[in-house]
Design a protein around this ligand. Structure first.
Ligand SMILES: C[S@@+](CC[C@H](N)C(=O)[O-])C[C@H]1O[C@@H](n2cnc3c(N)ncnc32)[C@H](O)[C@@H]1O
Length: 457
């Protein structure tokens, strides 16, 4: 890392300074720097687990809920933005409390706990400043704006703070009910999206799924925040990530691609621009499709005018009306559904393809690696990358690379669904009439979204 940084005349960003997207930060995306950083972090985690008294490690893990709880306070009360105005000298907790109308001794304990975990800095006794980690949840608005519009404070923000707000609230509370969910035979063996730890936590057993609960009266603030948080998640992936993997140029250039459960159809916009003769069908629920049409009107009006893109309200559990397209895209859909439901979605697509027609199914989702090494003589799926973590590290880099596992548990908490291992995905596709032919693992920086390519069995 030092060599790469000094070759470019840059200094690696300091933990004490606020996060800024400058050229030193951008250099962290160099694959060599990324690989070194993740290896160092994995080694540090493994060393801690090795050298620390086991009781201490387990008790630290046990109490890690206090990190979520204190981060929630810091994010929701706008402490980060008050400290942004204070600069690197920081601010006494009495002054922070006065600005936010909060009890200073209580707030001080929260900030000290976070500073002990390298989120904020205690500059001198009871004086706190932002650092590289805390500044990531800066909403980018003035404190006056945030205090005067509490219900819409996340609107027009980059989504990271909204994501922290959502995860440390709905997701966190749902996570507290994993055991009850698992050991209750009514939910522990169920595939139903109505039986989720989160709905249990909020006493919302009458809701048929989490979406319905979000839209119910009283949840307006959470619903809005969730929308911004999802934008934040999407913005972590480059919009043209879809182009980096499957060879779309191998499809007939005048063929049709159906984006199933497309949302706004962000991936299809990138494809439509790159392949100007292909046609696209954007399918989703009625209200979403209306939004998608407006989105395309802004992003790529020519495609709408030339009817290269059409919008269809289509339930993916119903028979698929577009027969024999060149490709189907299912991006971040199957992780929302338990196996039984996912099979139904996949079968509907298979039923729309004749046996002798060449159609490619591109499923895009996270991939769950095992936490152990697998046999070296195993037949790999083409494109599958064996772990690059050097021994004696865990092959999946342990907590240094845990985001697929967070998403997996979060899918359980929200939807009673999951992210999947490669073998699981392959079996699921096979049971639904598809053969997994290869995968394209995402780059580390694209939060591990993987393209799973299949053809009719
Ligand atoms: C996580 S989003 C993914 C959106 C898009 N594929 C993307 O990656 O940006 C899941 C999408 O599934 C849609 N959806 C949920 N249930 C559906 C159903 N029964 N039929 C069609 N779409 C559905 C939602 O409206 C939402 O747009």
């Amino acid at each position: 890392i030092d060599t790469i940084y000094s070759d470019q005349g840059k200094v690696f960003p300091s933990l004490d300074q606020s996060y800024t997207l400058d050229s030193a930060e951008a250099l962290r995306n160099d694959p060599r720097v990324q690989e070194a950083c993740i290896t160092i972090a994995a080694a540090a985690f493994q060393l801690i687990a090795t050298v620390r008294q086991p009781q201490t490690s387990v008790f630290n893990a046990t109490c890690s809920y206090y990190l979520s709880a204190t981060l929630r306070v810091a994010c929701e009360t706008n402490v980060v933005e008050v400290l942004r105005d204070a600069g690197s000298a920081g601010m006494h907790v009495n002054a922070i409390g006065q600005r936010l109308n909060l009890n200073p001794p209580l707030l001080g304990r929260i900030l000290r706990y976070l500073a002990t975990h390298h989120i904020f800095r205690e500059v001198s006794p009871d004086v706190f400043a932002n650092n590289r980690l805390s500044s990531v949840i800066d909403k980018g608005k003035s404190v006056d704006d945030l205090l005067s519009t509490p219900l819409t404070k996340y609107d027009m923000t980059n989504g990271i703070a909204a994501l922290v707000g959502h995860c440390t609230d709905e997701d966190y509370k749902g996570a507290g009910f994993l055991l009850e969910h698992l050991t209750d035979p009514d939910s522990g063996f169920s595939s139903e999206p109505s039986k989720t730890p989160m709905l249990r936590a909020f006493g919302a057993s009458e809701s048929s799924n989490v979406w319905e609960w979000f839209e119910s009266p009283g949840n307006e603030y959470r619903f809005k925040r969730f929308g911004v948080a999802m934008d934040g998640v999407n913005s972590m992936q480059p919009t043209d990530a879809i182009l980096k993997g499957f060879g779309w140029n191998t499809l007939p250039q005048d063929g049709t691609v159906v984006d199933v459960g497309a949302g706004l159809g962000v991936s299809s916009v990138a494809l439509a621009k790159a392949f100007p003769s292909m046609k696209f069908v954007v399918q989703d629920r009625p209200k979403v499709v209306e939004e998608a049409a407006k989105y395309w009107e802004g992003k790529y009006p020519e495609a709408v005018r030339e009817t290269r893109v059409t919008f269809a309200s289509q339930d993916f559990f119903d028979p698929q009306p577009v027969k024999n397209p060149s490709a189907f895209i299912l991006k971040q859909i199957v992780h929302d559904w338990a196996d039984e439901y996912t099979e139904r979605i996949l079968r509907r697509l298979r039923e729309a393809v004749d046996d002798d027609h060449q159609c490619t199914l591109v499923v895009i989702d996270s991939l769950i690696p095992y936490a152990c090494r697998q046999e070296d003589n195993r037949q790999l799926i083409p494109g599958e990358r064996p772990s690059s973590a050097p021994l004696p590290l865990l092959p999946n880099f342990g907590p240094a690379d845990a985001s697929p596992y967070f998403t997996d548990l979060s899918m359980w908490v929200h939807f009673n669904s999951q992210e999947r291992t490669l073998g699981h995905m392959e079996r699921l596709l096979k049971r639904s009439g598809w053969k997994l032919t290869r995968i394209y693992p995402g780059e580390r920086s694209s939060a591990h979204l993987v393209q799973f390519i299949s053809v009719p069995l």
